[in-house]
Unconditional design. Structure first.
Ligand code: FAD
Length: 303
């Protein structure tokens, strides 16, 4: 068996693998798609000490760093089941069974998408999901935020300080965000909030986003909003479906962890976007991965 088996090859999984391998213990990584969300990222400007990089570069760096150590890297392998017996067992989609004394779950998350025409085509060309990451790319331009929950209204307030104007489109007839956030957003001169708005299409010129179309759900009229950027803020879905009924998840499906990154199953740790850790970012996921590996090592020397 492995001493530490990491499930997931994003920043959290890579950091966990490096920290574990540096302890000289038997370490494996199973990743459906090595690199995770970073692979889909164009500009990264908040990875501290690296002024600017892009996703593919950072992913190549992660892989080189992991392979610098004696780590079994199993790419394009998907975990479908976890069970704690004498060892923790991870079953892969191809039927293989991996055993390990400890497991670190770092399967990340995915942004919920609008599923409208143009969204995929202009992803990274105006369609964005992370205001902390991509907000500054739209400095002085008009943008829209899709979704009037906490993350949408926070995004609008955040963007209002950077961009020329923000239009928030909320599907329902009320905003689901906290009152204090709604008040703040309403007080900003360059934020417009439109309710009962169903986004129907992302418009582009072949290169970049130029606007969007929405239908007013009350009047059934279609409207056009000219924007250069569209921030989709309708939820982050943790990749934890295969863990349901196995360990404790929050009501949003995030893995509950303690300060040492241990889950509700002793010997099973978790890190990054799949956990309840607030603020989903690369640097935060890496810190989580390091914590989980040190937590697992601590567990190993005590058991
Ligand atoms: P992920 O990156 O999601 O990686 C999860 C890993 O687990 C992947 O390897 C995946 O294939 C694997 N996996 C999932 N399920 C299974 C399974 N069942 N079996 C095996 N493997 C599995 N953050 C920043 O700090 N700065 C930015 O500029 C930035 N820009 C972003 C831009 C975009 C478009 C997106 C989508 C995100 C951006 N983020 C940014 C957020 C950042 O990418 C995430 O916070 C970070 O990648 C989370 O790392 P993670 O390792 O927890 O998960």
């Amino acid at each position: 068996p492995y001493d530490v088996l990491v499930v997931g090859g994003g920043p959290a999984g890579a950091a966990a693998a490096i920290y574990a391998a540096r302890k000289g213990i038997r370490t494996g990584v199973v990743a459906e798609r090595f690199g995770g969300q970073v692979s889909d990222t164009m500009a990264i400007e908040n990875f501290i000490s690296v002024k600017a990089t892009d996703g593919p570069k950072l992913v190549a760096g992660l892989e080189q760093h992991v392979l610098d150590y004696d780590v079994d890297l199993m790419k394009t392998q998907k975990a479908v089941r976890l069970e704690k017996k004498e060892f923790v067992e991870i079953e892969l989609e191809n039927g293989a069974l991996l055993k390990s004394k400890t497991v670190i779950l770092a399967t990340g998350a995915r942004w919920r998408e609008m599923n409208v025409p143009g969204e995929q085509e202009y992803r990274g060309k105006g369609v964005a999901y992370c205001p902390h990451c991509d907000g500054p790319l739209f400095k002085g331009k008009k943008t829209a935020v899709i979704g009037g929950g906490n993350s949408g209204i926070e995004a609008a307030i955040d963007l209002a300080g950077i961009v020329e104007h923000v239009t928030v489109l909320e599907f329902g007839d009320t905003l689901r965000a906290d009152d204090v956030l709604v008040k703040k957003a309403n007080s900003l001169p360059n934020v417009t909030i439109i309710k009962n708005a169903m986004t129907t299409e992302v418009l582009g010129d072949g290169q970049r986003v130029v606007g969007l179309k929405y239908t007013d759900r009350i009047t059934d009229e279609s409207h056009l909003v000219e924007v250069a950027g569209i921030f989709v803020q309708i939820g982050l879905v943790p990749n934890s479906e295969f863990l349901k009924d196995t360990l404790e998840l929050s009501n949003r499906g995030e893995i509950l962890i303690d300060q040492h990154a241990q889950t509700s199953i002793p010997g099973v740790f978790a890190a990054g976007d799949v956990t309840t850790t607030p603020y989903k970012q690369i640097i935060i996921s890496m810190g989580g991965g390091a914590t989980a590996a040190l937590g697992a090592f601590d567990y190993l020397i005590r058991n």
